[in-house]
Design a protein around this ligand. Structure first.
Ligand code: NAD
Length: 303
């Protein structure tokens, strides 16, 4: 990617806002930004990113278009809808989707754009809003070799770990597997933390002791110690609604490949309960509050 190229950024939420800020600070060429939410756009007013009035306007000017949108519906609308990128983007331009979507959606969008001479990469990001702010994300990329080589310097504005996973769709495959491992792990932690406390072990003592043994994990040291222990479940982090979205994308992929992912299905019940039991919109490790309150009591697991 050449330094003078124009970058467009669509979707300036919890992750997209700080990612776009990094792009605006590090890229030498022009940066244009768009979000349906005017206040998300206003948050970048102190950067060089120029607000666009619409997706169409942005797509007509940008050489590379970055997306950070909620999921399939928004990505497909913004890319392929009547007022979407496909209507005005120039052949030779490239769309890089930083959102977490289904694998099938990444393939559909990639194929439709390719038919108009527009390249595509799925490049979902892992880690937190804080990592997005610091430009220290892990980015998993599904793209052809040429497209990957073109966007690699741009991804380095936002991430410290960039992995080329394979063809279009494989970035989402790796991201969904990563997230679902975490979601299952956080459910296991929630149950064990509640059990340990009821059995007379102070939660901090439990986590510190277990972190020295084979029960240790990234989830224990981060989600466990930093959120579940102090019961800190803020808004503007990663809510149960997004967990359920990623679980459903994983289950669709598992079905496509003939895998019965029962562990993931079970974890889904916990996050659905979190959503309906006071944790809607709040950080997903809040699922421990549901376990603690006996919110899973009526769950019947088919044998
Ligand atoms: P968010 O809901 O905070 O931001 C999404 C933004 O997209 C919002 O500002 C919204 O106004 C905008 N938007 C929606 N539809 C639009 C449209 N048609 N045109 C223009 N703008 C539109 O979400 P987020 O937490 O930033 O997550 C974005 C993506 O990154 C999701 O796919 C999520 O799964 C993934 N992700 C999130 C986190 C996290 O910790 N929050 C971490 C890694 C990955």
């Amino acid at each position: 990617m050449a330094a003078h190229e124009t970058i467009g950024f669509i979707g300036l939420g919890v992750m997209g806002g700080p990612m776009c800020r990094n792009v605006a600070q590090k890229h030498l060429g022009s940066v244009i930004a768009f979000d349906l939410n005017a206040s998300a756009l206003a948050d970048l007013a102190d950067t060089k990113a120029v607000p666009a009035g619409s997706v169409l306007e942005l797509a007509g000017q940008a050489d590379v278009i970055l997306l950070s949108l909620p999921g399939d519906a928004q990505v497909e609308r913004v890319c392929l809808g009547p007022d979407g990128i496909i209507a005005t983007a120039r052949p030779g331009s490239v769309v890089v989707d930083l959102s977490t979507t289904s694998v099938a959606a990444a393939r559909r969008v990639g194929e439709a754009l390719a038919a108009r001479g527009i390249s595509f990469a799925d490049a979902p990001v892992a880690r937190t809003r804080e990592a997005a702010r610091k430009g220290e994300l892990s980015i998993m990329v599904g793209a052809g070799a040429e497209t990957f080589a073109r966007i690699q310097p741009l991804l380095a504005y936002m991430g410290t770990d960039v992995t080329h996973c394979g063809a279009i769709g494989t970035g989402q495959t790796v991201k969904l597997i990563n997230n679902n491992l975490l979601f299952e792990h956080v459910v296991a932690l929630a149950e064990m933390m509640v059990l340990g406390e009821r059995a007379g072990v102070a939660p901090q003592t439990l986590l510190e002791a277990v972190s020295k043994g084979s029960g240790d994990s990234f989830a224990l040291r981060n989600h466990g110690m930093k959120a579940m222990l102090p019961r800190a479940f803020p808004e503007k982090a990663f809510p149960p609604e997004y967990v359920l979205k990623d679980i459903d994308y994983l289950l669709a992929l598992a079905k496509e490949h003939g895998l019965d992912a029962k562990g993931v299905e079970l974890a889904r019940h916990y996050y659905d309960a979190a959503r309906t039991h006071g944790m809607s919109g709040r950080y997903f490790p809040g699922v421990i509050a549901v376990v603690e309150a006996g919110g899973m009591h009526d769950l019947k697991v088919a044998s």
